[in-house]
Design a protein around this ligand. Structure first.
Ligand SMILES: CC(C)(COP(=O)(O)OP(=O)(O)OC[C@H]1O[C@@H](n2cnc3c(N)ncnc32)[C@H](O)[C@@H]1OP(=O)(O)O)[C@@H](O)C(=O)NCCC(=O)NCCS
Length: 172
């Protein structure tokens, strides 16, 4: 017999991304960002290079993907970094900590893989508490217009954001 409200017993499974989830992830992204999502500068970065499934995660409830985060290996100038995004959670599952858990797990996976820094385009009030801080305006040249206040970075290795600058390109 359950003695807790349904919201407290929701079983959320976190897993590494798999090609099987591609359609579900695309649907979540479409819901979160709408048809303009492909024009976003961050999306153009992701067009340059494939995301790394080993560093990308999904949240599932009863086998259904309800949240997703992806990370793409990039170069900033000549230095390797990760571009994080998109991060999205289905509306019905928001505010249960799924987004922040995916973010923590993504950073842990990146650190374990030997990555030193993650950059993203996003809202500082959400990402600040997750360890992201604004990058110096003009330091990183994105392939499209970005509000410089939304260009954020997180160090996985102390000092990794110092002097991180230049054009974003694919890693080879
Ligand atoms: C942003 C998003 C991934 C957060 O997922 P989530 O599972 O609800 O996140 P969490 O449960 O960890 O955190 C929820 C809290 O973050 C807050 N939050 C969500 N989006 C925010 C934003 N853009 N700015 C500031 N706070 C935000 C919520 O208000 C909520 O606060 P509460 O707990 O006091 O109610 C989800 O809202 C989403 O998919 N949004 C649409 C896509 C998007 O904006 N992605 C991020 C790109 S910037």
């Amino acid at each position: 017999m359950l003695d807790a409200p349904q919201s407290q017993v929701l079983d959320i499974l976190y897993a590494r991304e798999d090609a099987l989830f591609d359609d579900a992830i695309e649907a979540i992204s479409a819901d979160a960002f709408g048809p303009g999502r492909f024009a976003r500068a961050a999306a153009r970065v992701r067009e340059m290079a494939p995301h790394d499934r080993e560093l990308s995660l999904v949240a599932m409830v009863w086998g259904v993907v309800v949240g997703s985060v992806r990370q793409t290996p990039i170069l900033v100038g000549t230095r390797p970094a990760l571009m994080l995004g998109p991060l999205a959670v289905l509306p019905a599952y928001k505010s249960r900590g799924i987004g922040s858990r995916l973010m923590h797990m993504a950073a842990d996976a990146a650190r374990e893989a030997g990555e030193s820094a993650i950059v993203l385009v996003g809202d500082p009030p959400y990402y600040g508490p997750l360890g992201y801080r604004p990058l110096p305006p003009g330091s990183i040249a994105m392939p499209g217009p970005v509000d410089p206040r939304r260009l954020l970075g997180k160090e996985l290795v102390p000092g990794a954001l110092e002097g991180l600058a230049g054009e974003i390109g694919p890693r080879r």
